[in-house]
Design a protein around this ligand. Sequence first.
Ligand SMILES: [Zn+2]
Length: 78
Amino acid sequence: MLKKHKKLTKGRITIPKDLRAAFGLLPGQAVDLEETDRGILIRKHMPSCFVCGSIERVKAFKGFELCGECRKGLIDLD
Ligand SMILES: [Zn+2]
């Protein structure tokens, strides 16, 4: 496993080019930051429902990600 260190610049870091390429992080790619017992995990954004956290059939609408069940629930409210 590759281990590198970087200095923060005003709260920012640059992910080295070789790591971006290895993990398919293209310019504009959203990433998720997750607190773990060992520190902060940075990975490619995985769309998840902002209501229930599900990753099933997630679609974005006006910046909000919703799963199929929650979309159906909203329609049923109408
Ligand atoms: Zn949901």
